[in-house]
Design a protein around this ligand. Sequence first.
Ligand code: C5P
Length: 220
Amino acid sequence: VQPRDLTGRSIVISAGGTREALDPVRFIGNRSSGRQGVALAEVAVARGASVTLIAANLEVAAPASVTVRQVSSAAELKSVVDEAARGADVVIMAAAVADYRPEDVAPSKIKKDQQGDELSLRLVKNPDILAGLAATNRADRVVIGFAAETETDREEFLRLGREKIARKGCDYLVLNRVGWSEGFATDGNSIVVLDRAGDIVSEASGSKASVAGHILDLLV
Ligand code: C5P
């Protein structure tokens, strides 16, 4: 049984991974499954929060009793997050957002017989949704970012996290290690949470549901 300690709180959670279209049938994507964001939504609802889940190409089903807004690209994710965040007490950016998108989206399928042996893509930077929210944050709203890093050395991993929270300006940063076989699409997770000062405020390992519980405990 979960405590009902988030009753009356409105929480916006982004989950999954964005897809940046190349043409009507192809995209550039990433391996985020959305499991950690969905686990956060599930546990937050069980603890009494009203949750809006902004779902970017989830590999798992969204939980019942959450408002789901489907998005695909980083641009769509940004417009829905910015709108939903206005009335929220908490915004958790668990989605893996593409840093770059193709500059041009071909109106019809790109054909290899018209391209020859090489195809160059020009990518342009997407806006940073998390940094934008943090820059315009209110005193009564908490903004939490995620950072997936492949770095294996703990000190270097923490240094990257400290640099990232300083750059993003969010209230907390949930750091987790990802690789070919960890993080994305797995059932477990291992996290370190940093505050604005770069200090470790929580560490947890276990199922994505138990890790979600730790993150929500911090908020409470
Ligand atoms: O810089 P990096 O992509 O590692 O930062 C990860 C955090 O920033 C995540 O919380 C992710 O949702 C968010 N992000 C964003 N907009 C981007 C890129 C990342 O909000 N364009």
